[in-house]
Write a protein that binds this ligand. Sequence first.
Ligand SMILES: Cc1cc2nc3c(=O)[nH]c(=O)nc-3n(C[C@H](O)[C@H](O)[C@H](O)COP(=O)(O)OP(=O)(O)OC[C@H]3O[C@@H](n4cnc5c(N)ncnc54)[C@H](O)[C@@H]3O)c2cc1C
Ligand code: FES
Length: 256
Amino acid sequence: MKEVRVRILENMPIAAGINRLRFALPEKVEGLRCGRFVNLSVGDGAHLLRRPIAICEHTGDTVTVCYQIKGAGTRLLSARKAGEELTCVLPLGNGFVLKEDEHRVALVGGGVGVFPMISVLKEYAGTGRVFCSYMGFRTKAAVCCEDIFRDGSARAKLVTDDGSFGEKTNAVAAFFADLENAKPDVILSCGPLPMLRALKSGLAERGVKIPCYVSLEERMGCGVGACLVCVCDLENGARARVCKDGPVFAIGEVDL
Ligand SMILES: Cc1cc2nc3c(=O)[nH]c(=O)nc-3n(C[C@H](O)[C@H](O)[C@H](O)COP(=O)(O)OP(=O)(O)OC[C@H]3O[C@@H](n4cnc5c(N)ncnc54)[C@H](O)[C@@H]3O)c2cc1C
Ligand code: FES
């Protein structure tokens, strides 16, 4: 983990209220991987807390993230221009790791949870794995990165809550409807808590024993395990820090 000053290369809208931000790293950073995240300043001293955002794609010297303009911090971030600098702590968290025998992979993403799913597709491209993607968006205007999911997946279903694009359903329902075709060895997911709960209960109701890992989104302070703002409950009664012990957990391990 390092704190670096990064230079913005691009910060542009890709869907309603969603921006893609690509920045240049000043030096090589070890450990950039899918499912890990960065803690990014928004470019104003009045907003001291950095914002956690998932890594969407990384090359040796650039990182791309996609973020929803939600509150004051991300609104400020959206006003930053190419050429400006931000400070960034990265990489944070544990990330997704596929085992050798996890050949068929189902990706289930909802809302801003679709972005860490992109990082998995990019990271494991060319490894011979078969991806089936189930991505849920609120409405057509929020749909983004369609080509990435279609190009990187053997099966890709992009759906909306209101049916204005694709089927009128959600990512979890779309996944369960296609489970027999997907035949995944492992399920990776990220999205709002109700979506992850629906995934967990859906797996239990159907008696599906396929390994499943979820990336949690909690309010964060320090991002490095020190402040305990981000703790979540585990099924065994213990608590874990989403920033340091996660954000990726086995679905059976966390009390959603
Ligand atoms: C590990 C992780 C990865 C994330 N990846 C993405 C991503 O790829 N794209 C994306 O759009 N969003 C992502 N988020 C959510 C993003 O961090 C929040 O939307 C953002 O911090 C909101 O900041 P704000 O100032 O605009 O909103 P405000 O609501 O004004 O924020 C006030 C404070 O609450 C915190 N906060 C608010 N909402 C969240 C939230 N949902 N999660 C964590 N902290 C929050 C902010 O960091 C800030 O400290 C991620 C969150 C986590 C924990
Ligand atoms: S954000 Fe401080 S411990 Fe996780």
